[in-house]
Every structure is written in C-alpha cells, then in structure tokens.
Design a protein around this ligand. Structure first.
Ligand code: ADP
Ligand code: MG
Length: 275
C-alpha cells in the first residue's frame, strides 16, 4: 500500500558526512526501509568498504559477490549487482564487499574517475527502472568514493549527530559539495539535513538542534531520530529497525522522516510548477 506521495522523478540521494559514527549508514538503511514500508521502491547503494549498510539489510556481501566495487571498475552492470532484501521485496541493495577498500586507489588512474558510478547508473538506464529512491551510503571520508556518490546524485542528505562538535567538519563538507557542483554536477544540492541520536533528556541535544536549524534553515527535517537501543541492535540481526521492532520509537521516527521527505518533494514540485 502506497501511503506517501510518489516522486514525479526518481530521486537519487547521497548520504554524506566525512565524520564517522554520525548515523549515515543507520539513516541510509532505515530511511530506505521506512520509504519501502510506505510503498516506495528503494535501492540502497553501499559505497563503504565496511559494508555496514549491506549487513544491516541482510544482504550477502562476502568478497566475490557482485558489488559496488565491480560496478565502479566496470566489471558488472547495475542489474547483476542488485540484490533484494530478505525482509522487504521493495527494498533493494547493491552491496559493498571488502574489495572496495582498494578502489579509492585503483580509481585514481581510471578514465573519468569521478564519474564511474554515474556512468554505471546511466548505462543501466536506472531512471527507467521502477525505483522511486536511490540512497547512496558513503564512507567516512571525502575521497573518490564519496565524490563518485556526489557526482551520481542530485541530492545530498547530511546526518548530524546531536553531540558536541556536531557542526565540526560540516564547512569542509559543504565546500566539497560546492566544488562538485561547480565542476562536475551542477544539479547537486543539499536537500535534507537530519538530526540523529537525539537525546531529549539533555539540554545539549536541544542546543545542537537549534544550532543546526539556525545554520541550515528549513532543509532540516522536523522529524528527529532519537537515540534508541532498538536502532543500534537491529543491524546485529541483519535487519532494519522497521523489521526488527516496527512499533519502536526509532522505527516511528524513520517513518516520519521518510514521509516528511516525500511530502517536501511534492511541495517543492508544486511550487516550481506554479512559477
Ligand atoms: P556512520 O555510518 O556515520 O559511521 P552509523 O550509522 O554506523 O554511523 O552509526 C554509528 C553507531 O551509532 C552505530 O553503532 C549505530 O548503531 C549507532 N547509532 C546510529 N543511530 C543511532 C540511534 N538513533 N540510536 C542509537 N544508536 C544509533
Ligand atoms: Mg557508515
């Protein structure tokens, strides 16, 4: 059952923040699952050699499985690398294997090294697939893997952890996004900022939330992701929190965030159409 508005065009969203442990992967898989639970078809591309997104989605990703690595070096096509989540038929994943660890260096000498992922996606005509959202999970760096993700996407989603130094490094991230936009991908923009690991009992969480909203304005989702044990336990079972504990606060918050993202895009389209 479709309970959120379907985007008019497929949305390709890169989840980036070069800081580790801010909730990139958790957000990529749970937001993807939340949208799938609300009727969308979603593909997660795992671009982190750690393969945490693949693990959390219950996707096989031992070395040798067709993965984002083979896709980047041009050995397989999108179609050959896509797997379906065992828990949700509308949730798909191109996994990352440990082989991706070498890609950052291998890519350096390759032709069109920044545009490998975009090329693979275009070659497969992924826009023609029945897929509403593509979410790309990035490693915690601003190297060539992240650049490939930024070139392939139209939107950037930045997760920000409600902790000390929340905005540390964000300036550098925005400068890099600006460089990619100026030289490689003019359509790229930060469409969404999401506050993660929010602990309502602390004053700090509210201070960080206020600071981030002051800095980014209304691209920050109203839905905030609480710190929740269920969210952190789920990947251990190869599940998203939506399947592990659908009634939990963590699951609810990702459902809300997904709905908000879908509705905002509709509102933006309506506004553009009216111009
Ligand atoms: P990143 O991909 O940015 O490195 P992760 O998504 O892997 O970050 O999250 C870092 C750690 O924080 C993981 O152990 C994850 O389980 C935990 N975590 C993320 N979001 C939450 C949350 N909302 N509540 C509790 N733990 C979380
Ligand atoms: Mg990660």
């Amino acid at each position: 059952k479709v309970t959120v508005p379907k985007p008019r065009e497929q949305r390709i969203i890169t989840i980036a923040n070069q800081k580790g442990g801010v909730g990139k992967t958790t957000t990529a898989v749970n937001l993807a699952a939340a949208l799938a639970h609300q009727g969308m078809k979603v593909l997660v591309i795992d671009l982190d050699p750690q393969g945490n997104a693949s693990t959390a989605l219950g996707i096989e990703h031992h070395s040798g499985v067709p993965s984002s690595y083979e896709l980047l070096i041009g050995e397989v096509s999108v179609k050959d690398a896509i797997q379906q989540s065992p828990h949700n038929e509308r949730l798909l994943c191109i996994p990352a294997t440990i082989d991706l660890a070498g890609a950052e260096i291998e890519l350096v000498s390759m032709v069109a090294r920044e545009g490998r992922l975009k090329g693979a996606i275009q070659e497969a005509n992924i826009a023609g697939y029945d897929i509403d959202y593509v979410m790309i999970d990035c490693p915690p760096s601003l190297g060539l893997l992240t650049v490939n993700a930024l070139v392939a996407a139209k939107e950037v989603l930045i997760p920000i952890q409600c902790e000390y130094y929340a905005l540390e490094g964000v300036g550098q991230l925005l400068r890099n996004i600006g460089l990619v936009q100026a030289h490689l991908n003019p359509e790229l923009h930060v469409s969404t900022v999401i506050l993660t690991m929010y602990d309502g009992r602390t004053k700090l969480a509210d201070q960080v939330a206020e600071e981030v909203r002051g800095h980014f304005g209304d691209v920050v989702l109203r839905s905030v992701i609480p710190r929740s044990v269920k969210v952190s336990e789920a990947p251990g079972y190869g599940m998203t929190v939506l399947d592990y504990d659908p009634g939990s606060r963590g699951a609810m918050s990702y459902l809300d965030a997904g709905r908000e993202m879908a509705q905002r895009a509709m509102a933006r389209q309506a506004a553009n159409g009216a111009e």
